[in-house]
Design a protein around this ligand. Structure first.
Ligand code: SAH
Length: 485
């Protein structure tokens, strides 16, 4: 029988369009494809071969390298054209060399097809050129996951002394130790550093900082593999490469976290609070009303924080069915040890579906200007709805908002996180005599909203909305903004 052949093919960092033409052709010609976990399923579109996921085949256990080699040999010896598809480039920390040698030993023909490596592409896609004239002229690529007990452990102090750009692959689990080794070896703690997670994927994020704080930041952002650590002054260039300016209109206390998220997704944040939150005195009959309702609903983390400052409220909520609209509100409750349920969709119908059969009466603890949209839908469905205003949304009077309006033409994206952010932006522009300027800027920019009530408010204001995420969170909005449209 004719012997088959094995192609060791690089698939690139994740985006199927970053595969080579040769990889695409070989996939369409192969009889058998062995691929790793983490490869985008769109790469296999139209592929007629037998597909074997060596990341979790046979009873969901991951095949060992030895088993993969055996399988390649078997399939090739049966006369197949086999594609062994690997993330990035097959010969950079991909064990492609081992597979090639195992096959050659058996006399099986092997051809390697280079791929775009994540070591260069992931930083690049996050706006970091790994070399840059006048900044650095060397690049070192190492593994951050050296197997313990190996004969030649990496000499981190030598690596530290090299300077230039350092790229660490497979470095998430040993991030702190590796950074400590670099700093211990003499690299300054002030050296810029970044982590690029899932480069080239829709979920791509970048966290930037310095060697002194990057591990902490990565932990805070819950960075997970696959991710790459980049160390060196080139990291500073990412800021200049981020071209899209996004105006964030949330209240001041949320600005920092939102700006950090926007940066992680490759945007340049402009902080311009258009609203401020003013706490309101609680009504005297508050407890009676809480007790009368079967379910209590919070619509924002701010609401949770204000309500739970009151110990009596906190105590009686322990007994209640609590509803939180969205993950941030849920987290705020969890921080206070309260459990809640979150509807799949932030809308009256989402809430309605959740409440069905569970309760007949609901009390909102939220802002005085809370959207009537929610309560009306619920009332129409036959629920008894009560509403207590914890705080009032007021104009922010923040000078950075005026500046934003004056320079609105330079803004690429307006991010509206509530109806009131939209109303107050427009109102302030009117007061400044700049409504026309603002409207023109909104016309030319991308307008993103967090959810339907906000979209409706913008429609009322006569502003076109371009982006509503599927999940109504600020982060989902940033992800949706990055989707090619
Ligand atoms: N041969 C691959 C690397 C395999 S090692 C290549 O050339 O890209 C696996 C490591 O690569 C991961 O732990 C991670 O550090 C890095 N990696 C792979 N794909 C990545 C991506 N899309 N974004 C960030 N890092 C990635």
């Amino acid at each position: 029988m004719a012997r088959g052949k094995v192609y060791l093919v690089g698939a690139g960092p994740g985006d199927p369009e970053l595969m080579t033409l040769k990889a695409k052709r070989l996939l369409s010609e192969a009889n058998v494809v062995l691929f790793d976990r983490l490869l985008d399923p769109r790469m296999m579109e139209g592929v007629k071969a037998e597909l074997i996921d060596v990341g979790k085949s046979a009873g969901a256990h991951k095949l060992t390298q030895e088993e993969i080699n055996q399988l390649l040999i078997e399939k090739a010896e049966a006369g197949n054209t086999v594609v062994r598809l690997k993330g990035g480039d097959p010969y950079l920390f991909g064990r492609g060399g081992e597979e090639a040698l195992a096959l050659l030993e058996r006399g099986i023909p092997v051809e390697v097809v280079p791929g775009v490596t994540s070591a260069i592409a992931a930083p690049e896609l996050a706006g970091i050129p790994v070399t840059h004239r006048g900044v650095t002229s060397s690049l070192t690529i190492v593994t951050g996951h050296e197997e313990p007990g190996k004969d030649s452990p990496l000499d981190w102090s030598a690596i530290a002394r090299l300077g230039g750009t350092l790229v660490v692959l497979m470095g998430v689990s040993r991030l702190e130790q590796n950074i400590a080794a670099l700093v211990g070896g003499g690299r300054s703690p002030d050296t810029p550093a970044a982590i690029v997670e899932k480069g080239g994927w829709e979920e791509q994020r970048m966290i930037a900082g310095t060697l002194a704080d990057i591990a902490e930041r990565a932990k805070g952002a819950k960075i997970e593999p696959p991710a790459i650590l980049v160390v060196g002054d080139v990291v500073l260039l990412a800021r200049q490469m981020a071209q899209k300016k996004i105006a964030i209109l949330r209240p001041a206390p949320q600005q920092e976290e939102s700006a950090r998220l926007a940066e992680a997704y490759g945007f340049m944040p402009i902080s311009a609070p258009s609203i401020a939150l003013a706490e309101k005195p609680l009504p005297d009959d508050l407890m009676q009303r809480i007790n009368a309702a079967e379910c209590v609903a919070f619509t924002s983390a701010n609401g949770v924080e204000m309500a739970l400052k009151n110990e009596a409220i906190q105590a009686c909520l322990k007994e209640k069915l609590i509803m939180a609209i969205g993950p941030k509100t849920e987290q705020a409750l969890a921080r206070r040890g309260l459990r809640c349920e979150v509807p799949e969709e932030y809308s009256s119908s989402g809430l309605e579906r959740m409440l069905q059969g569970k309760c007949r009466s609901l009390l909102f603890l939220r802002s005085a200007q809370g959207s009537q949209y929610l309560s009306e839908g619920l009332k129409a469905a036959g629920l008894f709805v009560d509403d207590i205003a914890l705080y009032e949304v007021a104009p922010s009077r923040d000078p950075s908002l005026d500046e934003l309006i004056e320079r609105a033409k330079g803004v690429d994206i307006f991010a509206f996180t509530s109806s009131s952010t939209a109303r107050n932006l427009m109102e302030r522009a009117r007061e400044l005599g700049l409504e026309r300027t603002l409207r023109e800027a909104l016309d030319n920019a991308t307008v993103a909203v967090i959810g339907k009530p906000t979209a409706e408010e913008l429609a009322r204001l006569g502003v076109r909305v371009d982006v509503i995420p599927e999940k109504f969170t600020f982060e989902a909005m940033l992800q949706a903004l990055r989707r090619p449209g």
